[in-house]
Design a protein around this ligand. Structure first.
Ligand SMILES: [Zn+2]
Length: 86
């Protein structure tokens, strides 16, 4: 994840509360006849070049770059009365 401001391009009211969505890979062995799972390894996180970010206000999910670009287009004004300031 990049150390840059985010701004949700969907609800355009959230710059603070996000969740990062990551993928995991977990290997397992199956019994060829019964189909039951025999052996499960520890989940391994898949390293992604660009993480998926979810806005915790409107649940919109998109590439990190969309949130960064929106923040660059609409930088937060330095006013204490800004409703998006939390
Ligand atoms: Zn949002």
């Amino acid at each position: 994840m990049q150390d840059k401001p985010y701004f949700c391009p969907n609800c355009r009211s959230n710059r603070v509360k996000f969740s990062v969505i990551s993928s995991f890979s977990q290997r397992f062995l199956k019994d060829a006849l019964s189909g039951s799972v025999q052996e499960v390894t520890e989940p391994q996180q898949i390293q992604e070049t660009e993480p998926m970010i979810q806005c915790l206000v409107c649940s919109f999910t998109g590439n990190e770059m969309r949130f960064i670009k929106q923040a660059e287009r609409e930088p937060r004004m330095m006013t204490p009365t800004d409703p998006s300031y939390m």
